[in-house]
Write a protein that binds this ligand. Structure first.
Ligand SMILES: Cc1cc2nc3c(=O)[nH]c(=O)nc-3n(C[C@H](O)[C@H](O)[C@H](O)COP(=O)(O)OP(=O)(O)OC[C@H]3O[C@@H](n4cnc5c(N)ncnc54)[C@H](O)[C@@H]3O)c2cc1C
Length: 343
C-alpha cells in the first residue's frame, strides 16, 4: 500500500488528523484496537475548571473551533454543566470569576444554595450553570473506524521496524511519505522517537452506571462529573493517578467513583455499574499540545500532549499540524514540542 501519510494511533488526535488530511492525500492509520484515553473520556468541554475555576486563556477560540470541527462530524452537543461549589471559599472564588469579561459569556446562571435549581442535589453552597459541550468521542472513533475501512491497520508500529529511505518510509507492506505519531501516553515509553520530552501522564478511570437517581438534563460537576446519558444511564468519573499508567481498572476507584456519584444526591439511590474503564491522559507540563517535525528523522511528526482537555485542544492542534504538513508553516512556539525536550 502506498500512502502519503501513515498515522500512528486512532484516538482522538489520530482520528481527527486522518479525517482532515483525507482532503489532500491518502491516509492510513495503524492502531492495535485496544481501549484508549479517548474512549474512556467523558468528552466534556467545561469552561471553568479546577478548584480555582480557571479559564484556559484561549478557551473562547478553542471552543468556537471545536464546535465547528465536531459539528461537521455530528458529534457536538451543547450541554449545561452545573459546577456545584464544594465550600464557601470555592463559592467566593467562583463568584469572582463568573463576572470576569472572558468568563461571563459561558455563565448561564449562579445558584445561591441547595434546592434552588433542584430539590434532590447536595449543592449546599450553590453553584454555577455553565454553557459547555459534550463531544461523543466513542461515536466519533467508531465512525472514523468505519470510514477508514481497510486503511485502518490493526497492529502496533515500533520505531525499530520502520525504515526511512530517501523516497519514503517503509513499514511492512506500506510505503508512506511521512508518519505522524498520535500515540497518546505511550509516546513516553523508551525507544519512542519523542520519548525524550517532558511527559506527565495521568491515569483516570470512569464508570458507566444505571441508576434510579433523579433524571437531569445537565452535567453534575464537583470534584468529578456525572454525565446523564438518558433512560437512567450515566457516565461518571474521574480521578488523577500520577504514578500509574495504562488501562487497568481498580476496585478502589470503582468504590470511590460510585460513592462520589451517590454523594451528588441528597436521597438514597440505587446504582449498578455496567462498565468500568481506565485510560491515561497524555499531559504536558504547560498544559499545551506537542506538535512538530522530528529534528533528525524528518519524515516523522508528532501530534500529542492533548492532556485533560483534549476535546477542546484537538481541532486547533490539528489546524497547526496540517499547516505544517501541507504548507510548511512552522507551528507556533508555544505548541512546538522542542520546548519540552529533555537534554
Ligand atoms: C478518565 C478520563 C477522562 C477524561 N475526560 C475528558 C473530558 O471530559 N474532556 C476532555 O477534553 N478530555 C478528557 N480526557 C482527556 C482526553 O481523553 C485526552 O486528551 C485524549 O483522548 C487524548 O487523545 P489521544 O488520541 O492523544 O490519545 P489516545 O486516545 O490514548 O489514543 C492513542 C492511540 O494510539 C494507539 N497507539 C499507541 N502506541 C501505538 C503504536 N506504537 N502503534 C499503533 N498505535 C499505537 C493507542 O492504542 C491509542 O488507540 C479524559 C481522559 C481520561 C483518561
Amino acid at each position: 500500500m502506498n500512502v502519503q501519510t501513515l498515522v500512528v494511533g486512532q484516538g482522538l488526535a489520530g482520528s481527527l488528523l486522518a479525517r482532515r488530511l483525507s482532503d489532500s492525500g491518502t491516509v492510513a492509520v495503524v492502531d492495535p484496537g485496544q481501549s484508549n484515553a479517548s474512549l474512556v473520556a467523558a468528552g466534556l468541554m467545561t469552561p471553568l475548571t479546577g478548584r480555582r475555576f480557571r479559564l484556559t486563556p484561549e478557551y473562547p477560540q478553542l471552543f468556537a473551533r471545536a464546535r465547528e470541527a465536531y459539528t461537521a462530524h455530528n458529534v457536538f452537543h451543547p450541554i449545561i454543566v452545573y459546577r456545584m461549589f464544594a465550600d464557601a471559599e470555592q463559592r467566593a472564588e467562583g463568584l469572582r470569576r463568573c463576572v470576569e469579561a472572558d468568563c461571563a459569556p459561558f455563565v448561564k446562571d449562579v445558584t445561591d444554595n441547595a434546592g434552588r435549581l433542584s430539590q434532590d442535589l447536595t449543592d449546599t453552597h450553590g453553584g454555577v450553570l455553565m454553557h459547555g459541550a459534550w463531544v461523543d468521542l466513542p461515536r466519533f472513533l467508531a465512525d472514523t473506524k468505519t470510514w477508514l475501512g481497510e486503511r485502518l491497520i490493526k497492529d502496533q508500529l515500533s520505531t525499530n521496524d520502520v525504515t526511512d529511505t530517501p523516497t519514503g518510509i517503509r513499514w511492512k507492506n506500506i510505503t508512506a511519505q511521512r508518519v505522524v505519531w498520535c500515540d497518546g501516553w505511550r509516546a513516553m515509553l523508551p525507544g519512542g522517537l519523542f520519548s525524550n520530552l517532558t511527559w506527565q501522564p495521568a491515569k483516570g478511570e470512569s464508570l458507566d452506571v444505571t441508576s434510579d437517581a433523579p433524571a437531569k438534563d445537565f452535567v453534575l460537576n464537583r470534584e468529578g462529573w456525572a454525565l446523564p446519558c438518558g433512560e437512567g444511564r450515566w457516565r461518571t468519573g474521574t480521578n488523577w493517578d500520577w504514578e500509574e499508567q495504562g488501562e487497568l481498572v481498580t476496585d478502589i476507584q470503582r468504590k470511590k467513583l460510585l460513592a462520589r456519584f451517590q454523594g451528588y444526591f441528597n436521597q438514597p439511590i440505587s446504582t449498578t455499574v455496567t462498565a468500568q474503564a481506565a485510560g491515561t491522559r497524555p499531559c504536558t507540563r504547560d498544559n499545551r499540545p506537542y506538535l512538530g517535525q522530528h529534528a533528525l528523522r524528518t519524515r516523522h511528526y508528532i501530534l500529542n500532549g492533548l492532556g485533560p482537555r483534549g476535546t477542546a485542544w484537538a481541532p486547533t492542534a490539528v489546524d497547526y499540524l496540517e499547516a505544517l504538513l501541507e504548507h510548511g508553516v512552522p507551528v507556533p512556539a508555544e505548541f512546538d514540542y522542542r520546548r519540552a525536550m529533555v537534554p
